[in-house]
Design a protein around this ligand. Structure first.
Ligand code: NDP
Length: 273
């Protein structure tokens, strides 16, 4: 194979961890390739240029996952249902699109909280943006169908219903009384709790201590939500695993290799944060 050219496209994209991850795998699997960062306000122009220059693929980050879905000739079911693509593959003059955040979420929980699949209670999802859509689709494919959603914008929360027909949604605002005794898994898919962003107006008080807490955020690795969960001896999972696993699935689309994750990669990423 000639040199494989790859990259991440977004705005901003400069601090993306994807280059660190994919460069490590290119090197460990002896693939001659380059993984670059494309920070741009003109998504379509750059994607077409990469395609014309024979690139292998791109990862897509904020704010272009919806544009990436639109530009594809063919998409996987996860992308169609979420209307979001975070991985592009250029092949035979066509653009293929995938939503690998979906599998990334499932693989992260399977690895870090394997009992999550045994949950027989409802799931509480905070947020209704792009990541929340991927998570709703993931939950539905695993067989969960009872979801309480808390979001600032009720319209966006209702729109999650389009993602999967089997999902039974109940929508709340942050000030509403949420039936916490029914919950077995809490998922933060908002950006609240990130460095320099608003604090999440939600406390774990009132939840059973067997509840699993997943936070999609990885900057910081330990959000206030996860700190509170750990203080209550709950099983807590941060967003780094989801990031690494979605990257594995992207790499597999490009090279037919499902890379293994060495602890040294995780440590490198933790240092880079
Ligand atoms: P979006 O912008 O699509 O969604 C943001 C969500 O946060 C919405 O639900 C929004 O509510 C809510 N929100 C943001 N600010 C506030 C606020 N001040 N008050 C109330 N609600 C707020 O972002 P994404 O879904 O793409 O990403 C969400 C987070 O997920 C990112 O910030 C990042 O930390 C993480 N992420 C993790 C990945 C991983 O692999 N682990 C991958 C990508 C992202 P509303 O709808 O009302 O605006």
């Amino acid at each position: 194979m000639s040199m494989a050219r790859l990259g991440v496209i977004g705005n901003p994209a400069a601090h993306s961890l994807s280059p660190v991850i994919h460069r490590a795998w290119l090197s460990s699997y002896d693939i001659e390739g380059r993984y670059e960062i494309i920070e741009t306000s003109d998504f379509i122009k750059h994607v077409r240029a990469c395609q014309a220059q024979g690139w292998r693929g791109l990862n897509v980050t904020l704010p272009y996952k919806g544009d990436a879905y639109e530009i594809c000739d063919e998409c996987d079911e996860a992308a169609v249902r979420t209307k979001a693509v975070n991985c592009l593959l250029f092949e035979s003059g066509r653009i293929f699109g995938f939503n690998t955040d979906v599998a990334g979420f499932i693989l992260a929980l399977d690895e870090e909280a394997p009992l999550w699949r045994n949950n027989r209670h409802a799931i509480l999802l905070l947020g209704a943006g792009g990541v929340a859509r991927a998570i709703v689709y993931a939950l539905a494919t695993v067989g969960f169908d009872n979801l309480h959603v808390v979001n600032r914008s009720a319209a966006r929360a209702h729109a999650l219903g389009e993602v999967h027909k089997n999902m039974n949604l109940k929508i709340y605002g942050y000030d509403d009384n949420i039936p916490l005794n029914e919950i077995g898994l809490v998922i933060n898919a908002t950006s609240m709790g990130m460095k320099n962003s608003a604090l999440l107006p939600f406390s774990l008080e009132g939840l059973d201590k067997d509840v699993i807490i997943f936070d999609s955020i990885y900057t910081p690795l330990e959000t206030d939500l996860l700190k509170e969960g750990r203080a209550r001896a709950m099983i807590c999972v941060n967003g780094l695993g989801m990031l690494i696993h979605q990257a594995r699935v992207s790499f597999a689309h490009w090279f037919d290799i499902f890379p293994s994750v060495h602890s040294s990669l995780r440590a490198t990423l933790e240092r880079a944060l």
